[in-house]
Design a protein around this ligand. Structure first.
Ligand code: FPP
Length: 236
């Protein structure tokens, strides 16, 4: 597919793994495993059309409330994914990144994350960011704390606090805001994901469960996005 102006940044809430597994009488983690395949499909689509940033909600700050077995399974899946995919990411020019309160994740996961981040830091085509132990309100709290400290230490003039400065203190500093937000499994919620950054994003909700969301589905969503008229509050 050759598109004139594809979205630079796509953010996805990958929802429906549990339902997908339940429909088959399988344990929930099977849905997450299949969901990791959908991640691969989306990376292929992004590389094909030249999307520069793909940000995926992989584990929210609320997901710790899930059964211990599922949380452990997700952490293990993540470690396996990062362990297996570094070479492929380097081959495809994918830079890996992670956002969230990463310091609260199991130490072994943190080690895998840091290894993948360092090993792919030089890649330039596509930045894959996983939101892990992520909550948008936490992100804003963390940003406000740093900004307040700078003001208290006299290194920041409160008068210079503007939208740009706040963006620069979020975990996503340096990334453009998402152009396209996608949520699977037909739920009409943002669920504490990138609240600040999604202000002007186009939204696509698909009834497909995440494990069923394939390369063609992302390409179709991107194509539909390119036909929309974005006004950013102005007129056209
Ligand atoms: C939401 O579906 C999904 C999650 C909380 C986890 C998302 C994780 C993956 C797709 C796999 C890990 C990713 C990588 C890159 C290895 P849900 O479980 O809430 O589904 P439900 O609403 O049907 O219960």
């Amino acid at each position: 597919m050759n598109l004139k102006s594809p979205p630079r940044h796509i953010a996805i809430v990958m929802d429906g793994n549990g339902r997908w597994a339940k429909e088959r009488g399988w344990i929930r983690i099977k849905g997450h495993e299949q969901g990791a395949q959908s991640v691969q499909e989306c990376l292929t689509a992004c590389l094909e059309v030249g999307v520069e940033y793909l940000t995926l909600y992989a584990f929210s700050s609320e997901n710790w409330k899930r059964p211990q077995l599922e949380v452990q399974g997700l952490m293990l899946l993540l470690e396996q994914y990062l362990g297996n995919k570094i070479e492929e990411m380097n081959r495809n020019g994918i830079r890996f990144s992670a956002i969230g309160r990463l310091e609260e994740l199991p130490r072994s996961v943190q080690q895998c994350l840091h290894k993948a981040i360092a090993a792919t830091a030089h890649n330039k085509k596509l930045t894959l960011t996983l939101a892990l132990n992520y909550g948008s309100r936490n992100e804003i709290v963390d940003a406000v704390k740093v900004i307040a400290q700078k003001v208290a230490h006299g290194t920041l003039d409160p008068k210079s606090i503007n939208e740009e400065l706040i963006s620069e203190h979020l975990y996503t500093a340096g990334m453009p805001d998402p152009d396209l937000f996608i949520r699977t499994s037909g739920e009409y919620r943002i669920s504490n994901f990138l609240l600040w950054q999604l202000s002007y994003s186009e939204i696509t909700i698909t009834p497909k469960l995440w494990p069923d969301f394939k390369k063609e589905d992302l390409l179709a969503a991107i194509e539909e996005y390119t036909s929309r008229e974005r006004r950013f509050g102005g007129v056209q």
